[in-house]
Design a protein around this ligand. Structure first.
Ligand SMILES: C[S@@+](CC[C@H](N)C(=O)[O-])C[C@H]1O[C@@H](n2cnc3c(N)ncnc32)[C@H](O)[C@@H]1O
Length: 380
C-alpha cells in the first residue's frame, strides 16, 4: 500500500458526501465506536491505522455499508450525538498524522471527547469537544447578521439589543441552571434567551408599561428547560436587591448583564430616575456607578459582568460614553477581560437619510457610528 495512486484512491472520500455530513449531527453507537478507538490505540502500523480511519469515514459518509456497526443503533444501545464536522475533522487529523505516535495521540483525544466531559467553572462548553462549538464567537470584533426574530423576540422596542448578544454571553459565561441578573430589562430579550438556554433570570425595569409588555412576551416564550424568570418593576439605582433575591430564595447570581440607555440618545420615559434623563454625563455615570455598586455584592467572585453600550455625539464632539462607563466599572473591584466591538444596523431613520448623513460626515469631519461595545469584566 505504499504506491501513491493506490493510497489516494483508498483514502478518498467524496467531498460532496463530506459536505453533507459536516452539516449534520451523527448518532453513533458509543460502545462500538469506543471499541474501534481502543483497537486503534493498540495498532503498531500507521498504514493499518489509516486504513481503519478511512473505513470509518466511508461508513459515516454513507459510502460503504456499516460493517463496523457504528451507525447500527440498537433500541437500548448507548448512543452519542456528535457533530459531523467535528468527527470528520478529528478523523482527518488522525489520518494525516505523520507519525504513529501522533496519530494515537489524536485517537486518545477523540476517545476523551466521547467519554469525558471537561468544562470550566463558568460555562458548559465541553473542552474535549471544543471544535464543535463553531457558533461561539471568540474574536473581539462581532459582525452580527440579521436580528434573531424567532419565537417571542420582538424587534419593535426601540433601543433593545439583538438577542444574539445575550445568547453568546450566556453560553460563554453561565452554566445551565445558574442565575442571571439584568437591571435594564427593557423588552425582556435577556430573559427570553435565558429560557432558551436553560438559565434562570431576574430582570428589573423602571418603565411599568414596558415591563407589562415584556412580562407577557417572556411568559409566552416556551420554557423547555423549566427555568424561572422573574421581573421586578423598579429603579435599579435604589432597589433593594437583597430583598428581591431573598423573595426567590437566592443569595447571589452568577452573571450580570447591563444594557443601560446610552445616556440621552433615546429617551425611554419622563421619569427623572430613568438614566436616559440624566442632566449631565456625570449624572448619568454617577447613577450607573450606583447600580454597579449595588449589584457588586450579589455576583459570585470570579464570575462575569457584561456591559453593552455605545458612544454618542454632542454638538459635533464624539463623547466616549463606552469608555467612560468602562472606567466607572474599573473603579470597583473588577478586572477588564475583553472589549468587544460590535457592528450595528443602521436605524430606520439613518437608513432613509443615508446620503444626507454621508454628506454631513464629509462636511463635518466626523464618522457615522457603526459600532457599539460589549465590555466584559470579571469580579475579583
Ligand atoms: C437600552 S434599554 C435595554 C433594552 C434591553 N436590553 C432589551 O433588549 O430590550 C434600557 C432600559 O433601561 C430602562 N431604565 C432606564 N433607567 C432605569 C433605571 N433607573 N432602573 C431600571 N431601568 C431603567 C429603560 O426604561 C430601558 O427600557
Amino acid at each position: 500500500m505504499t504506491d501513491k495512486s493506490t493510497m489516494d484512491d483508498f483514502f478518498s472520500v467524496k467531498s460532496t458526501d463530506e459536505t453533507i455530513i459536516k452539516n449534520q449531527d451523527l448518532i453513533i453507537n458509543k460502545q462500538s465506536f469506543l471499541d474501534i478507538l481502543f483497537d486503534l490505540e493498540k495498532k503498531s502500523d500507521i498504514t493499518l491505522l489509516r486504513l481503519k480511519i478511512n473505513e470509518i469515514k466511508n461508513i459515516i459518509t454513507n459510502i460503504s455499508e456499516d460493517s463496523l456497526a457504528i451507525l447500527n443503533v440498537s433500541k437500548n444501545g448507548d448512543t452519542i450525538r456528535i457533530s459531523g464536522e467535528y468527527l470528520l475533522g478529528e478523523l482527518k487529523q488522525i489520518e494525516e498524522s505523520m507519525t504513529l505516535e501522533r496519530a494515537k495521540y489524536y485517537v486518545t483525544r477523540l476517545k476523551k471527547g466521547i467519554t469525558e466531559v471537561k468544562t470550566s467553572k463558568i460555562n458548559d462548553i465541553n473542552l474535549h469537544r471544543w471544535k464543535e462549538y463553531e457558533d461561539i464567537i471568540t474574536d473581539s470584533i462581532w459582525f452580527m447578521g440579521k436580528r434573531d426574530r424567532s419565537g417571542e423576540h420582538i424587534g419593535s422596542y426601540w433601543g433593545n439589543f439583538i438577542p444574539q448578544i445575550p445568547n453568546q454571553l450566556l453560553q460563554r459565561y453561565t452554566k445551565k441552571g445558574e442565575w442571571v441578573l439584568d437591571p435594564f430589562l427593557g423588552s425582556g430579550t435577556t430573559l427570553i434567551e435565558c429560557k432558551r438556554l436553560g438559565r434562570n433570570g431576574i430582570g428589573i425595569e423602571l418603565n411599568a408599561t414596558i415591563l407589562e409588555r415584556s412580562k407577557e412576551t417572556v411568559k409566552n416564550e416556551k420554557n423547555p428547560h423549566n427555568v424561572l424568570t422573574e421581573t421586578v418593576e423598579g429603579d435599579s439605582t435604589s432597589i433593594d436587591y437583597r430583598k428581591e433575591l431573598e423573595k426567590i430564595g437566592l443569595k447571589s447570581v452568577q452573571f450580570l448583564i447591563m444594557h443601560p440607555p446610552y445616556w440621552d440618545i433615546i429617551s425611554f420615559s419622563d421619569d427623572k430616575r430613568d438614566l436616559s434623563n440624566a442632566k449631565s454625563k456625570e449624572g448619568f455615570l454617577r447613577s450607573f456607578g450606583e447600580i454597579v455598586d449595588k449589584t457588586y455584592p450579589l455576583l459570585n467572585k470570579g464570575r462575569y459582568f457584561a456591559v453593552v453600550i455605545g458612544d454618542k455625539y454632542s454638538a459635533g464632539e464624539w463623547i466616549p460614553l463606552g469608555f467612560n462607563v468602562m472606567n466607572e466599572v474599573l473603579k470597583r473591584k473588577y478586572m477588564l477581560k475583553s472589549i468587544i466591538v460590535k457592528n450595528f444596523d443602521e436605524t430606520k431613520g439613518k437608513r432613509q437619510q443615508k446620503e444626507l448623513w454621508r454628506y454631513r460626515a464629509l462636511v463635518g469631519g466626523f464618522y457615522i457610528f457603526k459600532h457599539e461595545y460589549i465590555f466584559l469584566f470579571k469580579k475579583l
